[in-house]
Design a protein around this ligand. Structure first.
Ligand code: ZN
Ligand code: ZN
Length: 154
């Protein structure tokens, strides 16, 4: 079941923080709340900008954002999408499962869901006696807009 409200997310975050004897920082919660507000796929720099706009977020630095994102990812609060050398974008893990197409020209991310692909993955895993816990499919390519732009250049 996916959490839909920020309150349930924050309370789950507090439980995980407590279980690991970490210091409960308001900055970590603020970063999560900022991500919740903006929903989407963002770079750490973009998340930093969102967090700094929040009340009490002015002094948050990029290192704090990276630390928070690493923790969130480890705990399953966020999923990351890799852009190779360009780094990662992060998305709060609150939607139903979906996969991503990533434009390598402009960085646009297109979400998709395919029952067929999901079923094929299950079937392939079963053949290998592999139990799927999670998966992320990322398809890299060039989006519609960038295809047009490229044509214009030639
Ligand atoms: Zn593009
Ligand atoms: Zn997504």
């Amino acid at each position: 079941m996916k959490e839909r409200s920020i309150d349930s997310l924050i309370s789950r975050l507090r439980i995980r923080v407590k279980e690991q004897n970490l210091k409960n920082t308001s900055q970590r919660e603020l970063i999560m709340a900022a991500m919740y507000k903006h929903k989407g796929h963002f770079t750490p720099e973009e998340i930093l900008a969102f967090a700094q706009k929040e009340e009490g977020g002015k002094n948050i630095g990029i290192a704090t954002v990276y630390r928070a994102l690493n923790f969130f990812e480890k705990e399953g609060f966020v999923v990351s999408i890799s852009f190779g050398a360009d780094g990662k974008k992060y998305e709060l893990n609150i939607k139903e499962h979906h996969d991503h197409m990533i434009c390598t020209e402009c960085g646009k991310i297109i979400e998709f869901e395919s029952d067929e692909i999901e079923k094929l993955q299950e079937a392939e895993a079963a053949k290998k006696d592999f139990v799927i816990k999670d998966h992320a499919m990322q398809i890299y390519g060039i989006c519609k807009d960038c295809q047009k732009t490229n044509k214009g250049k030639n």
